[in-house]
Design a protein around this ligand. Structure first.
Ligand code: ADP
Ligand code: MG
Length: 255
């Protein structure tokens, strides 16, 4: 018996499957207690290894995505933000849009939850096995500018196309000069109908012309971006100010 145990440990190591090594024996005990047949036992052991790998890979992808914080749909208060339905977000969280290379756009004033919802979808995607990359619009442009300087813009765009979900946060916080605008257009065009984007902006599309300084190019850009996209317009007060307002109210109440 102990020979079999050490053989299992040896074989699990050879398979690089540490969870099998750890779980084979306790599950064998349960199998005896609960009279499992052989297939049930094997399936239980393999399931443990698979779930350990999923969790591990998921954590790795969440980390690699470089989210500024981890946010989920569970910690989003849909009773505060009523301009997006919970069902709409739950549907997006099924991630069909990734398989179809569609985009998701969040528009709305500061503090309405654009970044939170973008991250929540990104975390979900990472956990489900998709590679994700998150950065602000300005950071993306900075990265592409560096690649261009090194003569590797096309290479970088191609590399990014292999990432199924690129999240571009905060379009419009800082206006782009013509070079930056051109790089941003290149990113959008490069992913069009090939790989998904989540884009968020505190400006309406009609004021994007000012950010990019070229109305004609912006029209073409927005056209590509929204052609296959779910556009979610968030309204209302800033969630950040919600707590501040309470704070101020309770302070004044005390006075
Ligand atoms: P935006 O990107 O639209 O400026 P954020 O998504 O960064 O706004 O939201 C600001 C802060 O408020 C974040 O910490 C976010 O998690 C939180 N927040 C915003 N909306 C909600 C909400 N409806 N429920 C819970 N937290 C929220
Ligand atoms: Mg934001």
């Amino acid at each position: 018996m102990s020979g079999t145990k050490s053989e299992i440990a040896f074989l699990a190591r050879a398979l690089k499957a540490p969870r099998i090594a750890a779980r084979a024996e306790p599950l064998a005990k349960r199998a005896v207690e609960e009279s499992w047949d052989h297939e049930t036992y094997l399936a239980a052991v393999l399931a443990e290894e698979v779930s350990a790998r999923d969790t591990h890979g998921g954590q790795h992808r969440v980390k690699a995505a470089r989210f500024p914080q981890t946010k989920t749909l569970d910690d989003f208060d849909f009773s505060f933000q009523r301009s997006v339905k919970k069902a709409t977000m739950a549907h997006l969280a099924q991630l069909d849009f990734l398989a179809e290379a569609k985009n998701v756009i969040f528009l709305g004033p500061p503090g309405t939850g654009k970044t939170h919802l973008s991250i929540a979808l990104g975390v979900q995607a990472a956990r489900r096995g998709y590679r994700v990359a998150f950065a602000s619009a300005q950071d993306w442009v900075g990265r592409l500018a560096a690649a261009k300087k090194a003569g590797k813009l096309e290479e970088e765009l191609e590399r990014l196309r292999r990432v199924p979900l690129v999240i571009v946060d905060e379009v419009g916080y800082i206006p782009f000069d013509p070079d930056a605008a051109a790089l941003f257009f290149a990113l959008i065009a490069s992913r069009y109908e090939r790989a998904s984007l989540i884009v968020s902006s505190n400006k309406t599309f009609s004021s994007w012309a000012e950010i990019f300084g070229d109305a004609v190019a912006v029209a073409a850009l927005v056209d590509r971006l929204v052609h296959h996209a779910e556009v979610i317009v968030l309204q209302g007060d800033s969630y950040r100010l919600k707590d501040r307002t309470k704070e101020v109210m309770s302070t004044t109440e005390g006075v």
